[in-house]
Design a protein around this ligand. Structure first.
Ligand code: ADP
Ligand code: MG
Length: 274
């Protein structure tokens, strides 16, 4: 699904990602480990086109999204991202947060098709060969209605349907993060990237977020997760990437990594976190 080839990223003189190559397959649960400052967040941000790579390619569904000529918005829609600090819109209600992106994207699509039809009509006036109009089967109101139903179903799934109309500031950290996760699901992504999704939570709320992530993993969602939750990594990941100073030093099964780390850096890291 994603082929990262010789990915490099520098900020000015600072080389943060030095040479990253990795393949992510459909259904993979990849946990990215590594010391602070090793480039984990930058790696995820490059995957999601929030940073422009300085070199290399990221082939996502057959297209190089590291190429600046590519319309990244189209690809970003197929990639969810969940952040440490939730990044919910605080001036929108919970349900508005979930509906926002799907409604925006579908309304844009609708407008584009309507505009295309106007162009076709004008062209048809002057040419003998009449071009077919694009069938417009939906309206803005219908898009809104469908998105609302979907958002309610997602809230039901996490037991927060009674929170639909409140603002995020009234939620606990664990509730906020679960809302952020289902918000990313609302776009039906091919893959979800998580950057330390439980690091900002009080300890008693970590479990509810990890449980939701485990459920997604069981359903076959492809996930790339930066986390310090070693228990979760061992139990849920099918692959561990260990990053250090801008390189992937190790890539293997959790069993391989936790029981037989190869590099001294990984051994040292494990001795600190386990
Ligand atoms: P990690 O997530 O593994 O802790 P990061 O990817 O956040 O690491 O950061 C790796 C290195 O890149 C750090 O030294 C950090 O200071 C640097 N860095 C990250 N983002 C920027 C930026 N926008 N500008 C300059 N340096 C950055
Ligand atoms: Mg980070």
């Amino acid at each position: 699904m994603i082929d990262v080839i010789n990915l490099k990223k520098s900020f000015g003189e600072t080389e943060v990602l030095k040479d990253i190559s990795v393949t992510i397959n459909k259904g993979d649960i990849v946990v990215v480990l590594g010391p602070s400052g090793s480039g984990k967040s930058t790696f995820l941000r490059c995957l999601n086109c929030m940073e422009d790579p300085t070199g290399g390619s990221i082939i996502f569904n057959g297209v190089d999204i590291a190429d600046i000529k590519v319309d990244i918005n189209i690809h970003r829609r197929h990639m969810g991202m969940v952040f440490q600090h939730f990044n919910l819109f605080n001036n929108k209600t919970v349900i508005q947060n979930i509906m926002l992106a799907p409604v925006y994207v579908k309304c844009q699509e609708l407008r584009k098709n309507k505009r295309k039809n106007i162009k076709i009509r004008i062209k048809n006036l002057f040419s003998k060969q009449k071009e077919e109009l694009i069938p417009i089967t939906t309206s803005k109101a219908e898009i809104q209605k469908e998105a609302k139903e979907q958002a309610m179903n997602l809230l039901k799934r996490i037991g927060l349907e009674d929170k639909a109309d409140v603002y995020p500031s009234t939620l606990s950290g664990g509730q906020k993060q679960r809302v952020a996760i289902v918000r990313s699901l609302a776009m039906n992504p091919d893959v979800i990237l998580f950057d330390e999704p439980t690091s900002a939570l009080d300890p008693e709320m970590v479990g509810e977020v990890l449980d939701l992530m485990k459920a997604l993993a069981k359903e076959g969602m492809t996930m790339i997760i930066v986390t310090h939750e070693m228990g979760f990594a061992k139990e849920v990941a099918n692959r561990i990437l260990f990053m250090d100073e801008g390189y992937i030093l190790e890539s293997g099964s959790p069993k391989e990594f936790f029981e037989h780390p190869k590099s001294d850096r990984a051994k040292e890291f494990l001795s600190k976190v386990l």
